[in-house]
Write a protein that binds this ligand. Structure first.
Ligand code: COA
Length: 198
């Protein structure tokens, strides 16, 4: 149900790094994704017990559990209105459809941040699944900073023979998420840097 974001880390590595190549920023980013980010698969409450607060309790428990297991952030993919609302109620930032969740390597002790920004590999489901993320605790040292970037029409590139979510990044702005103890607080906008690896 909840686990380290290994699948996302593997996708990122596989999609962006042709065999035999190395890239230090990508390597460190993938490591931070594995070490500091949790992935929540989903939650189902038996229909006759819905709207009694069980979903809220489970979601809060999962967030706490992930934080206790050293996750700074948790990501999930709510697939309907109820799940989106549940995420918002528990302090998660729920993205709009067609908007990419992005992240970059950041050192929260020194304030240094990488200029290379990566998208979360969201899979192929076009049926209204969106991304949601929440900061679970104040990060220290090397971790990730999350934000959002709209997908410009027709900007997908094909690095490995299939469509995916790497848009042309070098224009527009990224909204970087800000958090407080209650969850998502707002966005700080910054110009989108060039995001190609290599
Ligand atoms: C999503 C789901 C887990 C919510 O579980 P739940 O126990 O009913 O949720 P809660 O009672 O804790 O609801 C908490 C809040 O979530 C929101 N919410 C829950 N169900 C909702 C619905 N059908 N429509 C809109 N908002 C909803 C509300 O804000 C609700 O607070 P409120 O009841 O005070 O208005 C449940 O509807 C479910 O199992 N759905 C089918 C499986 C599913 O779609 N899972 C998500 C896949 S990612």
């Amino acid at each position: 149900m909840v686990s380290p974001a290994e699948y996302q880390a593997d996708c990122l590595y596989r999609v962006l790094l042709p065999e035999g190549m190395t890239h230090p920023v990508l390597y460190e980013t993938v490591k931070a994704l594995r070490d500091k980010v949790a992935w929540f698969e989903g939650i189902v409450v038996v229909p006759e017990y819905r709207r009694r607060g069980i979903g809220l309790q489970v979601k809060r428990f999962v967030d706490r559990w992930a934080a206790q297991h050293h996750a700074d952030f948790i990501i999930s993919s709510p697939s309907n209105a109820a799940a989106r609302r549940l995420n918002e109620e528990t302090g998660h930032k729920v993205l709009e459809p067609g908007v990419d969740l992005v992240f970059k390597l950041a050192d929260f002790d020194t304030g240094e941040e990488s200029r290379v920004v990566f998208p979360v590999e969201r899979g192929m489901d076009p049926t209204g699944v969106v991304d949601a993320v929440r900061q679970l605790r104040v990060p220290h040292g090397r971790s990730l900073r999350f934000g959002q970037y709209p997908v410009p029409a027709g900007a997908g590139v094909d690095l490995d023979g299939r469509e995916h979510h790497v848009p042309a990044w070098d224009y527009g702005r990224i909204g970087w998420f800000e958090w407080d103890a209650r969850g998502y607080r707002g966005m700080v906008f910054a110009p989108a840097p060039g995001m190609r690896v290599g």
